[in-house]
Design a protein around this ligand. Structure first.
Ligand SMILES: [Fe+2]
Length: 262
């Protein structure tokens, strides 16, 4: 399997991801080993904290990463993961984020440490800021924002607005607990998940590129290989090519089929 992994903190020394050049080399090597052929480097950009100069610095580091990655046959696209807070509309308006290179798609996230606020002013308004400036938000690890179970109707509304939904490989292998795992499954089962990525922070372990292999096996077994391929190869590549994505067509397994395994 050739993976296209468009959420990862490979650009070293600028956030809580890969620490230094040595670890970046190890992460790239491990990624290459498990079949990753294309990645996007998406360092955390914090609204209200990072400005023009920081963005330039991040881009320079991503350029250094490109040279390193080419040595192990991995193509790197630039990007960022914009943290959405009350400064997000200003950051988006001012261009203090890095969309996926040469595209109108941009990765963004909410605070994973707390439950997603019910207030539309703190969530939907920020997502809409992207749309009003001509960008499609790719919402990172949606399964992690709902501590008491996923709100499918709310996520469906985001999808109706044209936003993209990303799920973490780590969530599918249980790294963030059973609720997050169930949330991730529900997103796939409702055909709302559009891509799965590693969100790599480390060169090894449960936040590394290796999680892609286990997530691929999990999705293939439960939802079919076609689904795994769309989520981990086709759609991420469509995004990097600034193309529309395709929706999965997972069929819900009925109660009796589940019970009797047929
Ligand atoms: Fe991330």
């Amino acid at each position: 399997m050739e993976f296209v992994d468009i959420h990862g903190h490979y650009a070293w020394g600028i956030d809580d991801g890969i620490r230094d050049l040595d670890e970046a080399r190890a992460a790239l090597q491990n990624a290459s080993k498990v079949g990753v052929r294309v990645i996007a480097a998406t360092p955390h950009v914090i609204s209200g904290t990072h400005f023009e100069k920081d963005i330039q610095h991040f881009k320079e580091r991503i350029n250094e990463l490109k040279k390193e990655a080419s040595q192990v046959g991995i193509e790197v696209h630039e990007g960022s993961e914009l943290f959405l807070n009350h400064d997000a509309p200003t950051s988006i308006r001012s261009g203090y984020f890095i969309p996926y290179e040469n595209t109108k798609y941009a990765l963004c996230e909410f605070d994973v440490r707390r439950n997603l606020p019910d207030d539309e002013d703190e969530v939907e308004e920020y997502l809409y800021s992207f749309k009003s400036h001509g960008y499609t938000p790719v919402v990172a690890h949606v399964e992690r924002y709902f501590k008491k179970g996923i709100d499918i109707d709310r996520v469906s509304e985001w999808v109706d607005m044209g936003y993209f939904i990303q799920v973490n490989a780590s969530s599918l292998i249980g790294t963030h607990g059973s609720t997050v795992l169930k949330n991730a499954e529900a997103l796939i089962e409702n055909n709302l998940a559009m891509l799965v990525a590693s969100d790599t922070h480390k060169s090894e372990g449960r936040r590394s590129p290796a999680t892609l292999v286990d997530a691929y096996a999990f999705i293939s077994k439960k939802y079919g290989e076609d689904t795994a391929h769309i989520l981990m190869h086709d759609n991420p590549l469509h995004i990097l090519h600034n193309e529309p994505i395709v929706r999965t067509q997972v069929k819900k397994v009925g109660f009796f089929k589940k019970l009797f395994g047929r």
